[in-house]
Write a new protein. Structure first.
Length: 507
């Protein structure tokens, strides 16, 4: 008979441990203990006890958390329990809690939730501890946590064998958060980044609004949508790919500064910088242009970094970055020529295709001039943009919703901020000429006929709104997930999304 595989051995051990825990659960119930009670009123959290020891020494506290370590020594035992603030040691003696409660403690496992009432003291080894007078099981753990090895280095706890299977971490984020405290810190920072962004925008007087997730016509970006069906109306609807066209309808309606932080959905591939469900912040400000919006982006990202990190100097994946303004501004075609040596402004589609091929890029026959330029820029220029940089003045073919450049009608007034070789946003002087907008939409529809599934769809209601009149407007979209990656130094978008999209789990 063949030797069992490592996976089979692991499953056997896991099943055995789960069987033992279920036996303990049955034993607890036989003892009259409810393994899943309703509440436990705490007076303090773990960190408050550790940091407030001088004030709390000798006082009675009530603390609760998950058991993360357990050491039994006959009639006295130690354990560490962890809550959201940190961890604290507890000391349980049979002559303090009684035989029944001590028997309860002996039946507990790492991963169980425990409530403790007791006095704060310091052990002979110097560790701040709660001496238990009462203990209460709050939730029995039936599935063992992954084994995480720890050591103390210079008085600090260091994890050196974490729950490290990346795919398993993403699938079982709840386990990842339990055994890898640094992961929790990333998502705490994410929350603070969003709060700081809202404070900044609210402080400018802009109004946060909500627009439809289900849309009869998708628009505002170049992307393929997810499609669903509304049974009562018997119509197909699309999950939004962007908020832009609805937010600009609000500018038509008289709002002068609106923003939305929302989930958008694009039916596209998954990689380090793309997840089908992602978070965007879009902002539209009446009577302003893209120059105004560049200044605002510098100010906002600096504000958020200072609020969350306390500095404008950050590290990202080996790069030392400075976020303080002003950020350099480079024109789109100048950046391409600087990196590739090709001067492509005003060139024909055939000339640009030939340049792309000379640069070693594979092209599709249906690609038009805009798509060819976009591919050259993404492959050759983007990776060189390490320090914060605005790329400005894009070709009109790439930007069907942006206003033509006031000095050059072949360009549009658009910019994208790049940091560490990646784009984190997109902004325009918004196109408010309804006739020009219709021509641009019609051009996009021709691209769809050529095979571009991501080209914009013509939206008659949006054109109707523009015909009522929209004032000069500056618009901005910021990829929140990418900004969080940057400010938390995370290599993948999946590291900043609590539950990223995954392939179905195999049985």
């Amino acid at each position: 008979m063949a030797e069992p595989t490592a996976r089979a051995e692991y499953e056997r051990e896991l099943n055995e441990l789960m069987r033992i825990r279920r036996e303990k659960l049955a034993r607890l119930r036989q003892m009259g203990i409810n393994p899943y009670p309703y509440a436990f009123r705490r007076t303090h959290r773990a960190r408050e006890i550790v940091e407030g020891f001088e004030r709390l020494e000798g006082q009675t506290v009530r603390v609760a958390g998950r058991i993360m370590s357990k050491r039994e020594h006959g009639k006295a035992s130690f354990a560490h329990i962890a809550d959201a603030s940190g961890r604290v040691q507890i000391y349980v003696r049979i002559d303090e809690v009684g035989e029944d409660r001590y028997e309860l403690f002996r039946l507990l496992d790492i991963g169980d939730f425990l409530g403790v009432e007791g006095q704060v003291f310091r052990t002979r080894t110097g560790e701040i501890t709660v001496k238990a007078q009462q203990i209460e099981l709050l939730a029995k753990n039936l599935r063992p946590l992954p084994v995480v090895k720890e050591r103390i280095v210079d008085g600090r706890r260091e994890v050196y064998d974490p729950f490290s299977d990346v795919e398993l971490r993403y699938r079982q984020r709840y386990v990842d958060l339990v055994v890898n405290p640094d992961v929790r810190e990333v998502f705490i920072k994410r929350s603070r980044i969003l709060s700081a962004m809202r404070r900044f925008l609210d402080g400018k007087g802009y109004i946060e609004v909500e627009t439809p997730v289900l849309q009869p016509i998708y628009g505002g970006a170049s992307a393929r949508p997810f499609i669903t069906h509304h049974n009562a109306l018997d119509v197909d609807l699309y999950l939004r790919i962007a908020d832009e066209l609805y937010l600009k309808r609000l500018i038509v309606g008289g709002f002068e500064g609106v923003y939305e932080i929302s989930k958008d959905f694009r039916n596209e591939g998954i990689d380090r910088f793309h997840n089908p469900e992602f978070t965007m912040m879009e902002l539209y400000v009446a009577y302003e242009d893209y120059h105004f919006m560049m200044d605002l982006v510098e100010e906002m990202i600096g504000y958020i970094a200072n609020e969350v990190l306390g500095t404008l100097e950050i590290e990202y994946q080996g790069h030392s970055l400075r976020l303080d303004p002003p950020w350099p501004r480079k024109r789109y075609f100048d950046a391409i020529e600087e990196v590739t040596g090709f001067a492509l402004k005003g060139r024909s589609e055939e000339e640009i295709r030939a340049a792309a091929r000379q640069l070693g890029l594979e092209t599709e026959e249906w690609w038009d001039k805009g798509k060819l330029l976009d591919e050259i820029f993404k492959e050759k220029v983007e990776p060189t943009l390490i320090q914060p940089t605005f790329i400005i003045d894009y070709p009109v073919e790439l930007s069907p919703l942006a206003k033509r450049h006031r000095e050059d009608p072949e360009l549009v007034e658009r910019f994208e901020p790049f940091i560490a070789g990646h784009e984190i946003g997109n902004a325009f002087s918004e196109l408010n000429d309804p006739l020009d907008q219709r021509e641009r939409f019609e051009r996009q529809m021709l691209l769809r006929e050529r095979g571009d599934e991501e080209a914009h769809v013509l939206d008659e209601d949006y054109l109707r709104a523009l015909e009522y009149g929209m004032p000069p407007t500056a618009g901005l979209g910021i990829g929140v997930d990418r900004l969080v990656m940057l400010l938390t130094n995370q290599p993948s978008i999946r590291d900043v999304i609590l539950f990223p999209q995954m392939r179905p789990e195999k049985s």
